[in-house]
Each structure stands twice: as C-alpha cells, then as structure tokens.
Design a protein around this ligand. Structure first.
Ligand code: ZN
Length: 125
C-alpha cells in the first residue's frame, strides 16, 4: 500500500478564556475535540515555564506570568483521534481584540500552513 494517507488537513479552533468553562463542560461531556483543545492549551502553558513564547499572531513575547486570553488550536484531521497531535498557540492581549476570523487567519499564515487546508472547527460557545 503506497497510498499517501498523510493529510495536511486540520481543523482550527479558537478558545477564548471567557469560554473556557464551556470547553471544560464539553470535555466532561465526552467531546474528544474539547479534550484535545484543552490538552493542547495546557501543554502550551507548561512549555511556557521553560521557554519564551510569542503570540501566534504577532511577535509579541508572552511572559510566564501572563495567562493568555485566547488560544488557537490546530487539530489534524486524522483517522485515529488518539494519535492526533494538536498544536496550540497563545494569543496576546492586543491581538485578542480582533475577531475570531482574523486570529485564525493570522495564526495559520504564521504557521506556514495553507488556508485552503484549514477548516474552521465547530464553534463551541
Ligand atoms: Zn499578538
């Protein structure tokens, strides 16, 4: 079998801090997506204690004391969700003022990913 099943497609989710409780409720309700989004965001927070992290949308550095107002999370659309490697990026307070679409577009561009491969994730509000 030489079929290339590595798809670069991914879904993009934006989790704002004020919606975090709803994401937690979704995760507790069994949503795999919500679990991945929260897992990726908490991983990001852990990494932040050992390295500088820049905003996903601009070059502003977030310092370890900052709690990001929002995260952009990329979740590859693969068959086995347990093997999915979700990737989170934090949004700085200045960029947080922009709307969801702007944040997602900026984050995708800065990851060097094709906007065509990105599908907006279901909004959980
Ligand atoms: Zn920013």
């Amino acid at each position: 079998m030489t079929t290339n099943e590595d798809s670069e497609d991914f879904r993009v989710y934006l989790m704002r801090r004020q919606h975090q409780k709803k994401w937690l409720a979704e995760a507790n309700g069994g949503s795999e997506i919500a679990k991945l989004v929260l897992w990726a965001a908490s991983n990001w927070m852990k990494d932040m204690t050992t390295e500088h992290s820049a905003c996903s949308c601009c070059d502003r550095l977030l310092s370890p004391g900052d709690v990001p107002n929002a995260f952009v999370v990329l979740i590859p659309t693969v068959r086995d969700p347990e093997k999915a490697k979700a990737k989170a990026g934090a949004i700085c307070p200045e960029c947080n003022a922009h709307d969801d679409r702007w944040l997602i577009d900026q984050a995708i561009n800065r990851q060097g990913l094709s906007p065509a491969a990105a599908r907006p994730g279901d909004q959980i509000h």
